[in-house]
Design a protein around this ligand. Sequence first.
Ligand SMILES: [Zn+2]
Length: 241
Amino acid sequence: MNVLAVGAHPDDVEILCAGTLIRYRRAGHSVGICVLTNGDLGAPDGDKATIAAVREREARRSAEVIGARLFLLGEPDGFLFDSPGTRIAFAEVLREFRPDVLFAPDPNDYHPDHRAASAIALNSLVLAASPLQRTGSPAIDALPAVYHMDTLALVGAAPQRWVDISDALGTKLDMLAAHRSQNDWLRCTDGVDYLDYATKQARLRGLQCGTAAAEAFRAPEFFPIHRAGSTLPGLDDQGDD
Ligand SMILES: [Zn+2]
């Protein structure tokens, strides 16, 4: 399968979905990560172009950890909108990568860019499947199974599926550690070590499903919700048909 995860900022996907992506890679699937903004507000001071360049390097380093293909759409940080331009740009990513499974942020996550990324991801699906909307690549002929990622600190999330990432947590933390500028920044501003933060979230999701660590997901409530069969790693025993 081709598995695509989309986030607003260069480290979003890693925080909430990296363990699951690692499991897909270990099972031999192709993984793509699409980052919609350049993350150029992700520092307390400095030049925005320099910050964007640092964050691009960090995103590439992280993607290399699991051999994921990286798509960087370069929208300005803090100003991500579900617009004709962002829909067409993401529709082209869908057409190039042709995912069987798509992970998108939760529509109610705390950051406006995260909420916009969620809308762009889902609202581009129909465009990507419409041959009359021209982009660089031919229309997709099937919609992917879609899952929303967890929310940060689990606030307001209502997951339906848990993926055991006990054996992938170390690699997930390696990917997060690649985003060094963000960990340095959060440690200064919020007193938060985000490797520790991500570990706590994974441990708590693991507690809920009887594993050492987990990531949690839910499906959006619209038609078509899902492909038949199991599309998440390790779900054959969780009642998926
Ligand atoms: Zn973010």
